[in-house]
Ligand binder design. Structure first.
Ligand code: SAM
Length: 238
């Protein structure tokens, strides 16, 4: 089952339950916060006109509006996510990053946080983000390493490597096909799974791995797993 299968994406984000369960895993993260690294990259681009794609419940769009005073439009393929973002006062619309309904050179910044690995045609999505950016505009794209939480997935017998189309390992090559300059910032930390049930709960919160949850063996003690995230900043040629 692939992360970029449209039916997987539809099921995964029909409600916020799975996303919220996965986010709660990071409440006890040790190490730097990738969301703050993403925020630093957003602030450094001093944007006035921002598009967030795959915005989910809209927290980042809301923060850009309130803290930076920029004009923000959020797009997400899930009607429920758009509803949640709108409840926060965000100008959120249902749409697909592969086919953006905006003229060329509309935005200074596009934000794509943990969403490009869900897109069936990655090159089309990146071409669309580059098209709607002005010359010199930036894409801030956040993703995971193929080894993110690898210790927990290894214990559960689940491999992700072949399924991630936009990752720490392959993201830079994809971005360089569409952008003039690309930088990569890796943010590593860890979380602790207290017991096997915690790993099962994590797997159950995903459409792609839930079938593996019930066969996770017991642990001898708490298991520490590495969180391995990457913030890419890609710039359109000025
Ligand atoms: C893992 S969530 C990330 C949400 C948010 N960006 C965050 O950082 O918490 C991925 C989001 O991308 C959206 N998505 C998936 N495929 C999409 C597409 N082709 N176009 C727009 N949004 C998409 C999903 O509906 C979901 O809300």
């Amino acid at each position: 089952m692939s992360l970029s299968d449209p039916e997987v994406v539809r099921q995964e984000y029909a409600s916020e339950a799975g996303l919220e369960a996965r986010r709660s895993l990071y409440d006890n993260r040790e190490g730097p916060d990738p969301r703050e690294a993403m925020w630093d990259a957003i602030v450094q681009s001093t944007p006035r006109r921002v598009l967030e794609v795959g915005a989910g419940p809209g927290e980042v769009s809301e923060r850009i509006t309130t803290e930076l005073g920029a004009d923000v439009i959020a797009v997400d393929i899930s009607e429920r996510m758009v509803e949640l973002a709108q409840e926060k006062g965000v100008d959120a619309r249902v749409g697909d990053v592969q086919d953006l309904p905006f003229p060329d050179a509309t935005f200074d910044l596009v934000v794509a946080a943990w969403m490009l690995f869900h897109v069936p045609d990655l090159d089309r999505a990146l071409a669309e983000t580059a098209r709607v950016l002005r010359l010199g505009g930036r894409l801030v794209a956040v993703t995971n390493s193929e080894h993110h939480l690898g210790e927990a997935r290894e214990h559960a017998g689940v491999s992700m490597a072949s399924r991630v189309s936009f990752s720490r390992e392959n993201g830079e090559d994809a971005l360089r096909r569409h952008f003039a300059h690309v930088s990569r910032h890796d943010i590593d930390g860890s979380v602790v799974f207290a017991d096997a049930e915690a790993i099962r709960a994590y797997l159950r919160s995903t459409v792609t791995m839930q079938s593996a949850a019930e066969s996770v063996p017991e642990l001898d003690g708490p298991l520490r797993a590495g969180t391995r995230n990457t913030v890419f900043v890609a710039e359109k040629a000025p």
